[in-house]
Design a protein around this ligand. Structure first.
Ligand code: ADP
Length: 220
């Protein structure tokens, strides 16, 4: 089994940690603090609204960086449901593609928040695989104007991403690296602590157990 530990990287703009592959078909999960519009991964995930009207900070930043063509391209789809995804070209972003999804509004989804949030991550990864994408950057979906508590949302994110690659249906995924991009220092600290707890176990058994509980949660 490959080593599994967080590795600190210092680049000029960001704090960055990597969680190395544990299993052959697992990608590297990278935790970053920074602005998602600066990512040069193959795809960047945008959190939008069901009618593609301007949403929170991520949508504003990506729309500003991508240019007006992005909203026009989204508008052609009319609308989409919570957790669904569409993909557009990158417009002026460095990434090749933008994958747009709608996160659940915390406390407004009749108790289905976690399920809907998990589906956002799963559907984004599925869409990325349809386009043979190797690297993808996520914000922590629903933790801005949609009000999801950071700790809870991070657990769903980690388990959803881990669970996707553990699913035999996704054995042939082309994704090699998943970036979780957190904007602010205080939110980054929360994600870091949760990732340490969920991923940075020293023994193989607890890693296996952690990913298996991921799978159980996903399949509920
Ligand atoms: P949502 O509607 O899903 O709640 P928001 O865009 O309001 O979406 O926020 C989602 C998360 O992304 C929040 O934690 C917010 O702090 C963070 N965020 C805001 N701007 C950026 C950015 N430029 N890059 C990365 N994350 C960002």
């Amino acid at each position: 089994m490959a080593k599994s530990k967080w590795v600190w990287h210092t680049d000029h703009t960001m704090q960055k940690k990597e969680f190395w592959k544990q299993f052959e078909n697992q990608p590297t999960i990278v935790l970053l603090q920074g602005d998602i519009t600066q990512e040069d991964t193959d795809a960047v995930v945008n959190t939008t609204t069901r009618t593609f009207e301007m949403a929170g900070g991520v949508d504003k930043a990506i729309t500003r960086a991508a240019g007006p063509g992005m909203k026009e391209a989204c508008a052609q789809y009319g609308s989409m449901e919570t957790s669904q995804v569409i993909i557009t070209e990158r417009f002026n972003l460095a990434s090749q593609y933008i994958i747009h999804t709608v996160g659940p509004v915390y406390g407004k989804e009749g108790g289905k928040e976690a399920e809907l949030l998990a589906a956002c991550y799963k559907n984004c990864l599925w869409m990325a695989d349809q386009y043979n994408i190797r690297t993808i950057s996520f914000p922590v979906i629903s933790t801005g104007i949609y009000g999801y508590p950071m700790d809870e949302a991070t657990r769903v994110m980690a388990r959803s991403i881990g669970g996707y690659f553990f699913d035999p249906a996704n054995m042939n995924s082309t994704i090699e690296e998943v970036h979780c991009v957190v904007f602010t220092e205080d939110k980054y600290q929360i994600v870091d602590e949760v990732f340490e707890e969920l991923f940075n176990r020293n023994d193989a058994w607890s890693q296996q157990a952690s990913f298996c509980s991921t799978l159980r949660l996903i399949s509920c």
